[in-house]
Structures are given as structure tokens and as C-alpha cells.
Design a protein around this ligand. Structure first.
Ligand code: SAM
Length: 253
């Protein structure tokens, strides 16, 4: 999978070279390219923002650098910027790609969204700053052939920029790619693997730590009882921690 990230702070993506993501890149499962949006500015100050139309606080990211940057990473020129004889036609429509616009006003990024993005061959993450990216950028790419646009939020709070959100999404979706996790079975039982169910509490050695014992059933070797205990604890925990999720798949828990 090819993953392009466009940002004005490329250094923010440095952690993507570590741990699981770093190994996935080394193994060739993902190819991560991080780009500085300012490379697609045309003035000597490398300006990427301007005042909001209609007035108000803050600055808005201008569409022109974004358009040039996204066209470049998609490997396609905008029809109006092609040679005369080809104008109006999208030359080299290329492979399908998904443009992910990080935004607090987007749809919520959840495990289902991670699984959906994990099926793409090419993802392009647009990391906003200031008051966000001019809305015409998402609108424009929605109308371009072979480009899907997802405007996604990682939660109901506002970050200073989209870089952390892009990292969150890239890590969540990369874990789902074949060959990334040492034991793919880890994916089957974890939180959100089934909609509306969190994972049961987990324990390791020693059997007693600071007076707290590991539940006896987990040391019993009785697989049926262990599975039942885990199921019960998962449902209990979901009701307690996330009553909004409990039974989201229609189960009564
Ligand atoms: N004015 C925007 C609003 O009210 O929704 C917030 C802009 S925020 C300061 C700057 C950038 O951070 C956004 O363009 C977006 O890329 C990113 N961002 C902030 N919160 C986010 C979230 N919850 N999920 C994804 N991206 C977020």
C-alpha cells in the first residue's frame, strides 16, 4: 500500500518510522512518503493560508497549494492544466486512490473505517492546520475520476493539526494489513473486532502481584470456561466503559 502524507510539518510524521509501522515499511507492506505542502507554493514566503471568506478568526489553508500537491502525489495533472489538445480530459486517470482529509468536522474514524481504508492501494492524507483546508479541495477531488474522498475525525475534540490524526489512522489501518502483526489471531479478539464489544481484561505472570491474584479460571487450563469468562467480562466491561456501544450489533448484553 502506498501512503502519502501532505503536511506543513513533515517532522511530525517521524514516529511512523518506528515500531510496527517502521517494520511494515521495511517489509515493503507499506510505502510511506511524507511531503511538505510548502513545496507547492509559488510565492517567496511559501504562503499556505489566507483570511477566511466571510470574515472571522484565524486563517484558512488555501486551495491552490493543496491542489498542486495532491495532483502531484496522485501523479495526475488537473485537466485544465494539461496541454491544449488534452484539455478537459483527465489524462492518466491512474490507479484508484483515497484522499483522507483530516478534520474535526468529519465522520468519526472507527475500526470499520480503519478496515475500509486498509483495503485501498493508495491513500493520501491531507493534514490541515489553522482553521482547516478550504472546503473546495474535498469537493473538487470528490468529482475527480478514480479518487474517493473521506473527511475523517479521530474524535470529538480539536487538535492543532491533522498530523497526529493521520498517524492514528495510519497505525490503526496498517495493523490490519496481512503480514504486519506477528500473530494475526490478535485481531480477532481485540476491542472493536466485533462491533459493540470491548476486549476482556488481560493478565500475565506472576499469578499474584501486590496481593492481587489473576482470576483462577485463567490458570485452570479449561478452554471452555476461559472463553465463557472472557465473553462475560468483555460484555461487562463494554456496559461499564462504553454504554453507548453496548449491543451495537443488536446483541442484548
Ligand atoms: N476550525 C476547525 C473546526 O472547528 O473544526 C478546527 C481546525 S484545527 C485547529 C486544525 C486542523 O487540525 C484541522 O484542519 C484538521 O486537519 C486537524 N484536526 C483537528 N481536530 C481533528 C480531529 N478531531 N480529527 C482529525 N483532524 C483534526
Amino acid at each position: 500500500m502506498l501512503i502519502d502524507v501532505i503536511t506543513i510539518f513533515p517532522e511530525y510524521l517521524a514516529p511512523a518510522r518506528l515500531s510496527l509501522l517502521g517494520k511494515a515499511a521495511e517489509a515493503g507492506i507499506i510505502q510511506l512518503r511524507v511531503h511538505d505542502l510548502r513545496e507547492w507554493t509559488e510565492d517567496r514566503h511559501h504562503t499556505v493560508d489566507d483570511t477566511p471568506a466571510g470574515g472571522g478568526a484565524g486563517m484558512v489553508m488555501m486551495p491552490e497549494p493543496w491542489g498542486r500537491a495532491i495532483d502531484a502525489v496522485l501523479g495526475r495533472a488537473h485537466p485544465a492544466e494539461q496541454p491544449d489538445e488534452e484539455q478537459g480530459q483527465e489524462r492518466n486517470q491512474g490507479e484508484a486512490a483515497t484522499l483522507v482529509v483530516t478534520t474535526a468536522s468529519g465522520r468519526l474514524f472507527d475500526q470499520a473505517a480503519a478496515a475500509r481504508l486498509a483495503r485501498a492501494d493508495h491513500l493520501v492524507f491531507a493534514c490541515g492546520r489553522y482553521e482547516g483546508i478550504d472546503a473546495r479541495v474535498a469537493e473538487h477531488y470528490r468529482a475527480r475520476p478514480q479518487v474517493a474522498v473521506e473527511e475523517l475525525s479521530i474524535g470529538d475534540y480539536v487538535l492543532a493539526g491533522g498530523e497526529v490524526a493521520a498517524l492514528v489512522m495510519i497505525e490503526a489501518l496498517t495493523r490490519l494489513l496481512p503480514g504486519v502483526l506477528g500473530n494475526a489471531e490478535s485481531l480477532a479478539e481485540e476491542s472493536h473486532a466485533q462491533p459493540g464489544l470491548l476486549e476482556y481484561p488481560v493478565y500475565t505472570k506472576p499469578p499474584v502481584w501486590r496481593g492481587l491474584a489473576t482470576p483462577e479460571v485463567l490458570l485452570s487450563g479449561h478452554h471452555g470456561q476461559i472463553a465463557q469468562w472472557r465473553r462475560d467480562r468483555a460484555e461487562e466491561r463494554t456496559r461499564l466503559m462504553r454504554p453507548d456501544l453496548a449491543g451495537a450489533d443488536g446483541r442484548r448484553i
